[in-house]
Design a protein around this ligand. Structure first.
Ligand SMILES: Nc1ncnc2c1ncn2[C@@H]1O[C@H](COP(=O)(O)OP(=O)(O)OP(=O)(O)O)[C@@H](O)[C@H]1O
Ligand SMILES: [Mg+2]
Length: 372
């Protein structure tokens, strides 16, 4: 298995001191702890990402596996290490290393932070202007942006924790991605369900480790998406299983980062009323994401219609009138995409009124609450 050799593959310490710099002055600084994040493969195939989702099965075993292949390599934050064994050329990014520039030695403890489900700051460009409506939320984001740029100015008046709440598909995650893009700061995207552990104590452990990484990377923004999936009021926890330990460690970590300059936590939920009251009370502001009004629906339809790969002949104003109660996601993914696919499967060359017949069908399903 270990036959592959490259400039990145394992070099014995003796070889390093022979090859890099002056052998007499080359000093081995042993790394005590190294934290990695899966960064994926460097290439996509036919526009399809080929990145597997990695989860650690046994932390001790992973550390041994990692030391075995990278022993002797000098690392610092933001470096990449390439797997040579199970997933050749799969990259891991160095999140942190103690001390900050050190060699991997047999005693180094190497651990992996779970991959964010998506890393908005590195994704497609989305700016505040792309998010239609939600002026209050955008105003708060601008304050967060100012704070990240100059944290010391705000002292105890800093924006710390904000809750975005509202109907599904109204743009909560999208605005968080825009904030990540606009601030270009370190951005942690965490799907709350990824914090649930498989055994007692594992969830709390995950939260604590995550916040350790967070405080090392400040200034930074932490976005906890779908927080209701773990932060449920205890009365509702029988539905989801007991996640009390995750909620409790989130609360204590929130209190700990209170004193950390440059850390902002934003959480998003569809149903703030189900949140654990102690968790909910930690948010300094709750910002609603309402469903779009007529003007906003029209703007959303116009925005996405302009990128459709087919001309549109239907009247968007009439569509905006007929879609009261639809979210931005409904308008893009159900109304416009539905029409495009209908046109494609019927060999049409434009989107005319007939391709939007499904709008009324969606509406009646929504009214029957088959769709939310
Ligand atoms: N206000 C908006 N302006 C522009 N596009 C929007 C808006 N709201 C939703 N969209 C479109 O719908 C998609 C889904 O929105 P998003 O995932 O941000 O919703 P959400 O509020 O996070 O939903 P959920 O509560 O289900 O997680 C966006 O990526 C975007 O394409
Ligand atoms: Mg979302």
């Amino acid at each position: 298995m270990k036959t592959k050799k490259s400039s990145r593959s394992r070099k014995p310490l003796a070889e390093i001191s022979r090859t890099s710099g002056d052998p007499l002055t080359q000093q081995i600084v042993p790394a005590k702890e190294l934290v990695l994040r899966p960064a994926g493969y460097p290439l996509e195939v036919n526009n399809v990402p080929v990145n597997p989702l990695l989860r650690i099965r046994d932390e001790k075993l992973f550390s041994a596996y990692a030391v075995d292949q990278w022993q002797g390599i000098k690392v610092k934050p933001n470096d990449y290490l390439f797997d040579q064994l199970l997933l050749p050329d799969f990259a891991f990014e160095v999140v942190s290393v103690v001390p900050t520039e050190a060699h991997i030695v047999s005693e180094t403890k190497i651990r992996l932070v779970e991959p964010p489900d998506l890393i908005p700051s590195k994704g497609k460009k989305i700016g505040f202007a792309d998010v239609i409506g939600h002026e209050n939320a955008k105003a708060k984001c601008l304050i967060i942006q100012k704070y990240i740029a100059d944290s010391s100015r705000f002292a105890e008046w800093a924006p710390r924790r904000v809750l975005f709440y509202g109907f599904p598909g109204t743009g909560k995650t999208m605005l968080a991605r825009a904030l990540a893009w606009e601030t270009q700061t370190e951005f942690f995207y965490i799907k709350a369900t990824s914090l649930i552990g498989q055994h007692v104590g594992a969830g709390a452990d995950k939260v604590n480790k995550l916040f350790e990484d967070i405080t090392r990377k400040k200034p930074c923004i932490v976005f906890i998406d779908e927080i209701d999936s773990i932060g449920l009021d205890r009365g509702f926890q029988s539905v989801r299983g007991d996640v009390t330990e995750v909620v409790n460690s989130l609360i204590s970590q929130f209190d700990l980062v209170e004193d950390q300059e440059g850390v902002v936590v934003i959480a998003a939920t569809n149903s703030r009323e189900f949140l654990d009251p102690a968790l909910r009370s930690r948010f300094e502001e709750e910002i609603e994401f309402p469903l779009p009004n007529y003007d906003q629906r029209l703007e959303i339809l116009e925005k996405y219609a302009s990128t459709l790969p087919m001309p549109i002949e239907a009247d968007l104003k009439s569509l905006a009138r007929r879609t009261e109660g639809y979210s931005g996601r409904d308008l893009k993914d159900r109304v416009l995409k539905g029409a495009l696919h209908h046109a494609l499967s019927n060999g049409l060359s434009s989107l005319n009124e007939s391709t939007f017949k499904h709008v009324e069908v969606i509406k009646s399903l929504k009214e029957k609450e088959l769709y939310k």
